[in-house]
Design a protein around this ligand. Structure first.
Ligand SMILES: [Zn+2]
Length: 294
């Protein structure tokens, strides 16, 4: 259920931020001291005095919501619509009646505040890459991914404004990761697969050459499927989970097709977060999203 009350009342929005932010107690954003006392209010927001450094702060100080003339409830609505409904920033700009610059700055600040996903691979894992158009602002639709098989034709490059995006599906944990890279090469792949629990990680790939060096490495048990041969799924050995996740990723990026390559990381972190809170009730999802930025 959409938490409509939060979006219609600034004091309810302020309460939500307060609950999430100080769930482990109030601490001074400047000196980290917990010797704080309530000290009046700043509009709908509680204000505090730090007895250690003698400065005051409020519920918004030091968060991505600070220093905004636009009401918190509008920003919470924007984040909610962005994550849950995949709303474009252009549409949000109309909904909350702010300028193009304001909505971009604030939503991108939200996405930048999200942490990189920590990969803790159990395996077996599927790994695959897609190439998204990023760089030519809004002028070109995403192209289908590279022709399959061993061919290198049609693959994108970071410099050519079609950066590779790796999709990793860990069948052991059910986690999916979507990580943009500068290059689809061996060192990038090794780095992505470095955080693992098992001594030897089972890895399913397609026939792309950059995965070949894993064959000679004891740390990996690589099996691959060659799409070009008309062989799509050999029992366990396939990258179908990656492929369906790749199409969700494209759908996520589609309303934001002006996303430039240097902003791809933050948009994909938001996509990661979207998946994490997808099944949570509205209010919990919103809290989860706010917590992720603190
Ligand atoms: Zn302090």
């Amino acid at each position: 259920m959409i938490p409509l009350d939060v979006f219609s009342s600034e004091s309810i929005a302020a309460d939500l931020l307060q609950q999430v932010r100080w769930r482990d107690g109030v601490t001074c954003p400047r000196c980290r001291s917990d010797r704080t006392v309530r000290n009046g209010s700043y509009r709908e927001f509680q204000r505090y005095l730090c007895k250690n450094c003698d400065r005051t702060f409020n519920d918004k100080t030091g968060t991505i919501f600070a220093h905004s003339k636009v009401a918190l409830r509008r920003w919470l609505f924007s984040i909610y619509a962005f994550l849950r409904f995949n709303t474009s920033l252009r549409q949000l700009q109309c909904e909350i009646e702010v300028t193009h610059k304001t909505i971009h700055r604030r939503i991108e600040r939200f996405a930048r505040a999200l942490d990189a996903p920590s990969l803790d691979l159990v395996g077996p894992v599927e790994i695959d890459e897609v190439y998204v158009s990023a760089g030519k602002k809004g002028r070109e639709r995403d192209q289908p991914s590279r022709p399959r098989g061993l061919s290198t034709r049609g693959r994108g490059s970071y410099d050519g404004d079609k950066p590779p995006v790796f999709i990793i599906a860990d069948r052991g944990t059910g986690q999916r990761y979507v990580i943009p890279a500068k290059a689809a090469d061996e060192s990038t792949i090794r780095l992505l697969l470095a955080d693992r629990n098992e001594e030897s990680l089972t890895v399913y790939t397609d026939g792309f050459r950059a995965y070949e060096p894993l064959d000679a490495d004891d740390a990996f048990d690589r099996e691959y499927v060659v799409h070009g041969d008309g062989e799509y799924a050999d029992d366990e050995v396939h990258v179908n989970t990656c492929e369906s996740h790749a199409s969700l990723t494209r759908r996520w990026l589609s309303p934001h097709r002006g996303v430039s390559k240097d902003k791809l990381t933050q948009y994909l972190r938001a996509f990661q977060l979207r998946r994490e809170l997808f099944r949570e009730p509205g209010r919990d999802a919103l809290k989860h999203a706010v917590r992720a930025t603190l």
